[in-house]
Write a protein that binds this ligand. Structure first.
Ligand code: PLP
Length: 244
């Protein structure tokens, strides 16, 4: 079954499906901005294409998408290589193992999930060695650490210090903060905390004004709490198969 996804063929029907999904999400973002009197130009849509083929990324690019995210190092590197000519801005949004940092450093433009010093210094060194500059966001833990916290992120108390480290690391530019709201609860309180962390980072680093928050299910709440980058996958590409 998975084989169908690996196919390079993008049918006209698939392109129409992606166009409809993209338009629907863009109008959700516009409506969310209108509700809280924000300008739509303040919010960048990052399309999360994890598990979907490179041909879908190419089709999305043809429909105007320029910011594309993956959550696995190998998948990002493979798609970036295949689509090198397109001029996509590649975002990494998953938990990044330190030993994969060097692999993504040669391809990635933005890493949203910096959550520990070792990862920051390793990624920075690899980017520098590759002659590149990678934008980095500090991921803030928004779920309860005692709940086993699968989502990653730095604790609130460590966020500013980690931002200072990103800002001071060659090969990296501090862009701001990122968060993933816990599932199954009102995302409002989590996004309010994230907004406070973003403000604290901005006080120390005024140029680091990105706030990456919001996915298919909660982008409206994220926009209401100041998101500048929403990361949306399934509302555009369809639901991913359950991990098997
Ligand atoms: C998969 C993923 C998304 C997109 O989730 P959807 O619910 O498919 O929109 C956003 N952020 C991160 C960190 C993800 O892993």
């Amino acid at each position: 079954m998975a084989d169908a996804r690996l196919s390079d063929a993008t049918t006209p029907a698939r392109i129409r499906e992606l166009a409809v999904g993209l338009a629907a999400v863009r109008s959700r973002i516009e409506a969310a901005c209108r509700t809280v009197s924000r300008d739509t130009s303040e919010v960048t849509l990052v399309v999360v294409t994890k598990t979907w083929p490179a041909a879908d990324v190419a089709a999305l690019h043809g429909l105007g998408a320029r910011d594309i995210a993956e959550n696995r190092a190998q998948e990002l590197v493979a798609k970036a290589r295949e689509l090198r000519a397109l001029g996509v801005t590649w975002h990494f949004v998953g938990q990044l193992q330190t030993n994969k940092a060097a692999a993504v450093a040669g391809s990635v433009d933005v890493v949203h999930s910096l959550d520990r010093p070792k990862l920051v210094t390793t990624l920075g060194r690899a980017a520098h060695d590759a002659g590149r500059v990678v934008r980095g966001l500090v991921q803030v833990r928004l779920d309860d650490p005692s709940a086993g916290s699968g989502r990653g992120g730095a604790d609130d108390g460590d966020v500013v210090a980690l931002s200072d480290l990103v800002a001071a690391t060659e090969g990296l530019v501090l862009a701001g903060v990122m968060g993933v709201a816990p599932m199954g609860t009102d995302p409002g309180p989590a996004f309010a905390r994230l907004q406070q962390a973003a403000d604290a980072v901005r006080r120390a680093h005024p140029q680091a004004d990105w706030l990456s928050a919001g996915m298919s299910g909660d982008l409206e709440a994220a926009v209401a709490h100041g998101a500048t980058h929403v990361r949306v996958g399934s509302a555009i590409l369809g639901s991913r198969p359950a991990p098997g």
